[in-house]
Design a protein around this ligand. Structure first.
Ligand SMILES: [Zn+2]
Length: 252
């Protein structure tokens, strides 16, 4: 029974049996992993609130013969997710972040940059005055670090470099497409104004430390949100679950 030590973020946690939880983590050392926390739902559980979604913790896990799920034997909370569970808009935005990570990452495939991006994303929510916008910037960055960087320099379908008319974002092609390719896309394209395109390009290119200074409202924000929502749905192969799926109750 080899012991596994990991630093991890709780992506989701669901009830199991009478008193247990099955928890999905994104860990620095092992990538996405799942584990059973025995007795986690008992009132005086040794795990306390460390296994709530969005928490950052240090874990001890071990493998049990004949069981594909790991056993969680010890959890030390590094950063609580209490603040992120204090309002519906924070819960929605944090849920959006962990759901995208859960949907687009395979099991057991560690990626340090992805872990750091998620950790920074959740940390920036703690300071955010506009959680939904922080979650939008996070998704654009996450797509970039996981090899799904939206293509905005040339047609994502045929490679043509010059566009005429209003830019069209194709969720299926993963970026801008020219008008003739847009006409052949199976999933409807989203027309982007020049302002939306410029915003998207900056959100992709800017250093994460300063990208939070970007602002977008009204039409630009609506168009970029629609484009990223459509693209994430294609990359994940499904629409992402809502925050309800995490069975979080608002704390106060
Ligand atoms: Zn084209």
């Amino acid at each position: 029974m080899p012991l596994i030590k990991a630093t991890a973020i709780v992506l989701r946690s669901r009830k199991w049996g009478d008193a247990d939880r099955i928890v999905t983590f994104y860990s620095k050392e092992k990538g996405k992993i799942g584990g059973v926390a025995r007795g986690a739902r008992r009132p005086k559980s040794r795990f306390g609130a460390a296994l709530e979604p969005f928490s950052l913790c240090r874990l001890n896990l071990f493998e049990k013969a004949g069981d594909s799920l790991l056993r969680v034997s010890q959890v030390d909370l590094v950063r609580s997710s209490q603040k992120l569970r204090e309002s519906l808009s924070l819960i929605d935005s944090a849920a959006r972040m962990v759901n995208v990570v859960a949907a687009i990452t395979p099991d057991g495939d560690p990626d340090r940059l992805l872990f750091d991006t998620l950790e920074q994303g959740l940390a920036s929510l703690h300071e955010s005055e506009d959680p939904a916008f922080t979650a939008l910037l996070f998704q654009i960055r996450l797509l970039g670090v996981t090899g799904f960087r939206p293509q905005t320099d040339h047609c994502a379908a045929c490679g043509k470099a010059h566009f005429v008319g209003e830019p069209q974002f194709s969720p299926l092609a993963g970026g801008l497409v020219c008008l003739s390719c847009a006409a052949h896309q199976r999933v409807r394209c989203i027309a982007l104004s020049r302002g939306s395109l410029s915003f998207l390009q900056q959100a992709i290119r800017l250093d994460p430390a300063i990208v939070t200074r970007l602002r977008a409202s009204g039409q630009v924000r609506g168009e970029v949100e629609a484009a990223i929502e459509g693209y994430v749905t294609v990359v994940a192969g499904k629409r992402l679950p809502s925050a309800n799926f995490l069975s979080i109750t608002v704390s106060s």
